[in-house]
Design a protein around this ligand. Structure first.
Ligand code: BES
Ligand code: MN
Ligand code: ZN
Length: 501
């Protein structure tokens, strides 16, 4: 069990700055040499230390840049970080504002400080208010404090010492300010939960593990219920398409259903569906060896929906939400599905599996049919579905596809607000013919626009409701030196649901 970070919000008059009892104090510094009220106070009590450093051009003040004062005179805190916040009257983009807050948090986390205080910078942001800043700050404080240590014994593993963060604002915190702080922190925790699921290796994080962890999560909240279906039950229902993916694996495939009833009884739920391939070898259409370890992240969609529904429960959001995880391990083997095999889906449509590496859409197809029973208000599936999405949008932006403009727009807006961004791609009819098959109703691959045809495949199973698909292949985890899960799109999904409530 990880230790919790405590985040509080309080009023601070500039004249009280010297008395703040904290290991590390963080302030904004404008780039136009006018000191804001707090920086001015610090300058005054410390014998002009800021002005001195500025005159020698020792303090950088471009947006997000970090400068520091060690043991300045006249104040209690031993360490002060000054973070560049741009010109005094500038209107900043949400991206720039986020980078400022992120630098503020990082400056603290780079020290061994146990307690820290951030004076919320007085910046105006395009289209957002102070509550947005507060929510982002507490989100980032939690999100950036994440460490993965489940299986690491090394002495030099990253240790976060920060226990208590105080956010200071210039007026008495309103209930809206406090709420924003809580929401940001809960989303940050949710995103860290998703990272842990993603980072755990495939030999631990199996379909059964996702089931037992979901059951454990349901025990924590009284409005959260969990049901797990195994292979026998899915067989009986006719979910042969989902089951075909796990045929080559010794691990049992699972369908995990989490129901959060925070809304009125009978209110239609918003349904989230996550791809939970706990390891994707490609199956008989085997993947090349390089970086194949990263296919343990192929359950990040599942991780995000399991985590988001816990954020809803934690915040007691008045909404009904269902999260469904379609989970299997995609392995080659004598019982594995072969290219050319034809399976019958739960919807009754038949699928010719031309490539066993296009398995995510196969498990999702049956899950997307299964969830009709909930009479959903909206449906959003989340999947590390296509490598092509990384080519199209890189690692910054998730792919968004939908059969409904309003639903697509709601998700797009939630992405902007949470700074967990998604961009829409078309799924016009013209692409559908790429999925024609000579031997079944649909083929599981086809055409050149890989991300779009994958979504077109899913659209064959989502005709009865408002549906959107998030392709998070590039955003849910990153490779290279910082290899690991990102916790996305928990912020986007949480914001979307909170704004619905
Ligand atoms: N899980 C992969 C997609 C993926 C690739 C995610 C790289 C993250 C990084 C998915 O199951 C897959 O293998 N997709 C194939 C589809 C193809 C066979 C049509 C792909 O993208 O190559
Ligand atoms: Mn695959
Ligand atoms: Zn996959």
């Amino acid at each position: 069990m990880k230790k919790r970070l405590t985040i509080t919000i309080n009023k601070l008059n500039p004249s009280e700055l010297s008395k703040v009892n904290t290991d590390c104090l963080v302030l904004g510094l404008n780039s136009d040499k006018t000191l804001n009220k707090y920086a001015n106070e610090l300058n005054k009590v410390s014998g002009g230390s800021i002005k001195k450093l500025q005159n020698k051009q020792f303090l950088k003040s471009d947006i997000g840049a970090t400068g520091n004062l060690a043991a300045p005179q006249g104040i209690k805190s031993d360490l002060v970080y000054l973070i560049g916040i741009g010109k005094t009257k500038d209107k900043l983009s949400m991206e720039k504002a986020k980078s400022i807050l992120s630098s503020m948090v990082n400056s603290i986390l780079g020290t061994k400080a146990k307690s820290a205080s951030i004076v919320l910078p007085d910046i105006s942001i395009d289209g957002q208010d102070k509550n947005w800043l507060i929510q982002q700050l507490s989100f980032l404080a939690e999100n950036q404090s994440y460490t993965y240590d489940a299986k690491i014994n090394k002495k030099d593993k990253k240790v976060i010492t920060l226990k208590k963060l105080n956010v200071f604002i210039s007026s008495s915190p309103s209930s809206a300010n406090r709420k924003s702080l809580k929401i940001g922190q809960a989303i940050g925790r949710g995103s860290n939960t998703a990272k842990d699921f993603g980072n755990l290796p495939g030999n631990i994080c199996t379909p059964s593990y996702l089931g037992t962890q979901s059951k454990a999560a349901a025990k924590k909240y009284k409005n959260l219920k969990c049901k797990v279906l195994g292979e026998k039950e899915m067989e009986k229902l006719g979910m042969h398409c989902l089951l075909s993916v796990g045929n080559g694996s010794a691990q049992e495939s699972k369908l995990v259903i989490l129901e959060y009833s925070g809304g009125k009884k009978g209110d239609q739920p918003h349904v989230l569906v996550g791809k939970g391939i706990t390891f994707d070898t490609g199956g008989i259409s085997l993947k090349p060896g390089a970086a194949m370890d990263e296919m343990k992240f192929d359950m990040c969609g599942a991780a995000s929906v399991i985590s988001t529904i816990q954020v809803m429960a934690e915040l007691k959001i008045p909404l009904n939400v269902v999260a469904v995880v379609a989970s299997a391990e995609n392995m080659p083997g004598s019982k594995a599905t072969k290219p050319g095999d034809v399976v019958k889906t739960l919807s009754g449509q038949t699928v010719e599996i031309l490539n066993t590496d296009a398995e995510g859409r196969l498990v999702l197809a049956d899950a997307l049919t299964y969830i009709k029973r909930f009479n959903p208000k909206t449906v959003t599936d989340v999947a590390t579905l296509t490598g092509a999405c990384i080519i199209a949008l890189g690692h910054a932006t998730s792919g968004l596809m939908s059969n409904n403009d309003r639903h697509a727009n709601d998700l797009y807006e939630a992405g902007l607000k949470s700074q967990d961004k998604a961009w829409r791609l078309p799924i016009w009819d013209i692409y559908q013919k790429d999925l024609n098959s000579n031997f079944a109703d649909i083929a599981n691959i086809g055409g050149r626009a890989g991300t779009i045809t994958a979504a077109c495949f899913l659209s064959r199973f989502t005709k009865d409701y408002e549906w959107a698909h998030l392709d998070v292949a590039g955003t849910a985890h990153v490779g290279g030196l910082a290899k690991g899960a990102s916790g996305r799109p928990v912020p986007l999904l949480s914001q979307f649901l909170i704004d619905k409530a």
